[in-house]
Design a protein around this ligand. Sequence first.
Ligand code: NAD
Length: 517
Amino acid sequence: MTLVAVDFGIDQALEKLGIKETNNGTSTGSDYFSSGEIIDSYSPVDGALIGKVKSTSLNDYEKVIETATEAFQIWRKKPAPQRGEIIRQFGDKLRELKEPLGKLVSYEMGKSYQEGLGEVQEMIDICDFAVGLSRQLHGLTMHSERPGHRMYEQYHPLGIVGIISAFNFPVAVWAWNTALAWICGDVCVWKPSEKTPLCGIACQNIAAEVFKANGLPEGISCLINGDYKVGEMMTNDKRVPLVSATGSIRMGKIVAQAVAARLGKSLLELGGNNAIIVTPDADLKMTVIGAVFGAVGTAGQRCTSTRRLIIHESIYNKVKESIVTAYEQLRIGNPLDENNHVGPLIDKDAVAMYKDALEKVVDEGGNLIVKGGVLEGEGYESGCYVYPAIAEADNDFKIVQHETFAPILYLLKYSGDVENAIKIQNDVVQGLSSAIMTNNLREAEIFLSAAGSDCGIANVNIGTSGAEIGGAFGGEKETGGGRESGSDAWKIYMRRQTNTINYTTELPLAQGIKFDL
Ligand code: NAD
């Protein structure tokens, strides 16, 4: 296998994105500084050190918040459609740099180049969405019960929005948040995952150039870097009214409590345990494509990855055989090589968790029908490549209830009506994405009804994985309840104000209350 650095033009990509060997990881715009510890960023693709990033100290953080607070005074006064024009330019810049940014995403995170490009495309799409939205931040007008009064509501920006993101979508999740928050008149401080810090620097460079070219002040787009300790600076900080956090349920529980303790707002996008229900009326070909892509795409490291397949007993063996056959065709290797279907896990800790999960499912009585294992030898030197695995299991196994961020698919059997399958599907603590494969309208509607799937996303004849930016994205239960991206998700980035205006010379009170002086 050829080395990526030679073949793939990663050096040129890094240069185009302004990534250096050592980068200051704290920024208020085009200004960079940093005095914290060094984070090394290694590629899971070939194990090479891509670059170093100096993390954010408490002093650096203070400077960021002061600059962001000042910038907010200016940015919030700019009419929303004018803010939209800046986001339009930002989207254009992303179009220009789509290839190098897609390459960096792929090389630093380990997803395929196609998916890296797809992630940048999501950023572009949300910019387009946000530009339109900048003329549609509507409130309602209500009829006042008092004569000569007018009542309406309007939305105002919140201030500083803190964004904490996960490694698996190292650029798109930031854009989902930031494009909307900027349109709403907020300023943003972003802490990317410590596993993908260079993607953060690249995005900040792109945004900073646009703000600077428009004569806007430092502080509208800010970057901080580091591990959970740097994240905690924001979660504990009253000056950050909204913290949008994407990551594990474990992290979300800590962040939610810290933010709630100061009565701040949090937007949580946490782990999933997504299932596809396969009914006797399912199209087998579509089922296999949806399940295999959902389970092994991004090496099972999507929050929406398919973890459980709930198959009707009458077709169980047929579906199982087709999926096992499809797994035999999978090519695992360098994700920058288009011929491969499955790339590496993010790091060796993730590999250890994958191995541990395989042991646990066997200990609990599961049957590994596609064994899995770690790949070794030429091309796999990073030690992060694993075989996708399949286990026959029960839904109440502890390991099945848990989200393992790796390509492990559990096959579960159901009998009787679709209601039984829905019960199994809902019987986990997570509630992100769900799907049913069926050509039976009745089953599909039951699945989508109030007594159906309890997830934030419920699909018919589509897998669990992937979503369009136009819809609100997020999940229920321990997935956190947050919604990002499309529909009316913008409302969380604003505060709502109800205004009542009296245009009479009297002062009537509401509910007919009399107060005569
Ligand atoms: P993680 O929870 O380890 O880290 C996520 C981010 O939280 C990182 O930036 C990390 O530094 C920060 N963090 C961790 N502890 C913190 C604390 N106490 N205070 C403040 N910040 C803290 O998650 P990960 O391994 O990077 O990502 C994988 C997880 O993210 C999976 O569970 C996946 O399902 C989830 N995820 C969810 C969505 C969604 O939209 N629902 C999207 C992507 C990823």
